[in-house]
Design a protein around this ligand. Structure first.
Ligand code: UDP
Ligand code: MG
Length: 199
C-alpha cells in the first residue's frame, strides 16, 4: 500500500462544542474567509434521513431525536463520500467525532488519507446553548431535536461522550479553544486569529 505524502493529504479541522455553541454559524464564516469546505455531520445525517432510498432513515431519526450518536460506519461513510465528491483539499468537519466509537471508526478508515490540522472547540455554558437551541426551535428550525426533551439528552451525550474526545485532543496539543459565549462576530475574531496562525 502506498501512503500519500503530507502535502498530498486532505486536511481537516474538526469542529466541536455543545449543541447550540455556534459551530454551524462560525463554520460559514470560516468558509467565506479561509476557503474551507464545510461538512456538517448532523446535516449529512439529516440529508440521508430524508433520502427515501436510504436504508438508514428510521434509525437516524430515532438517534437524532434521542440525542444518541449514530453508528460511525454510517456517519464516516457519509463524510468520506462528501470529501471524495469535492475537489477541495481543506475541510471543516462540524460535529464529529462525538464519541470514542466515532474517533476509532474515523481513525481506522481515514487516518492514512487525511491529515488532522487541529480541533476547534467552542466552549459555551449549557444554559446559553439551551436558550439558543430553543430559540432556533421556536423560530422554525424544523429540527426534531430542538425541544427541551431532546436537548436534555443531547447535553447528556455531549458531557458523557464528547467531552472525553475534546480532552483527548487537548492531551495531544491539538485543541484550539474559543469562548463562544459572545455575539457571532466577536467569536469569529478569535476564530480568525486561530486560522491565521495555523495556515
Ligand atoms: N449526530 C450523530 N453523529 C454525528 C453528528 C450528529 O449521531 O457525527 C446526530 C446526533 O444524534 C446529534 C444530532 O445528529 O444529536 C444533531 O447533530 P448536530 O451536529 O446537527 O447538532 P448540533 O450539535 O450542531 O446542535
Ligand atoms: Mg450544527
Amino acid at each position: 500500500m502506498v501512503f500519500p505524502s503530507l502535502a498530498e493529504m486532505k486536511k481537516v479541522v474538526f469542529v466541536l462544542g455543545g449543541p447550540g455553541s455556534g459551530k454551524g454559524t462560525q463554520c460559514e464564516k470560516i468558509v467565506q474567509n479561509f476557503g474551507y469546505v464545510h461538512l456538517s455531520a448532523g446535516d449529512l445525517l439529516r440529508e440521508e434521513r430524508a433520502n427515501p432510498n436510504s436504508k438508514h432513515g428510521e434509525l437516524i431519526e430515532d438517534y437524532i431525536r434521542n440525542g444518541k450518536i449514530v453508528p460511525v460506519e454510517i456517519t464516516c461513510s457519509l463524510l468520506k463520500d462528501a470529501m471524495e465528491k469535492s475537489n477541495s483539499q481543506h475541510f471543516l468537519i462540524d460535529g464529529f467525532p462525538r464519541s470514542e466509537e466515532n474517533l476509532n471508526g474515523w481513525n481506522k478508515e481515514m487516518s492514512n488519507e487525511v491529515h488532522l490540522q487541529f480541533v476547534l472547540y467552542f466552549d459555551c455554558p449549557q444554559e446559553v446553548c439551551l436558550e439558543r437551541c430553543l430559540k432556533r426551535g421556536s423560530a422554525g428550525s424544523g429540527r426534531s431535536d430542538d425541544n427541551v426533551d431532546s436537548l436534555k439528552k443531547r447535553f447528556n451525550t455531549y458531557v458523557n461522550d464528547t467531552m472525553p474526545i475534546i480532552e483527548h485532543y487537548n492531551g495531544l496539543n491539538l485543541l484550539r479553544k474559543v469562548c463562544a459565549n459572545k455575539d457571532a462576530d466577536a467569536v469569529f475574531a478569535d476564530v480568525k486569529s486561530i486560522f491565521e496562525k495555523e495556515n
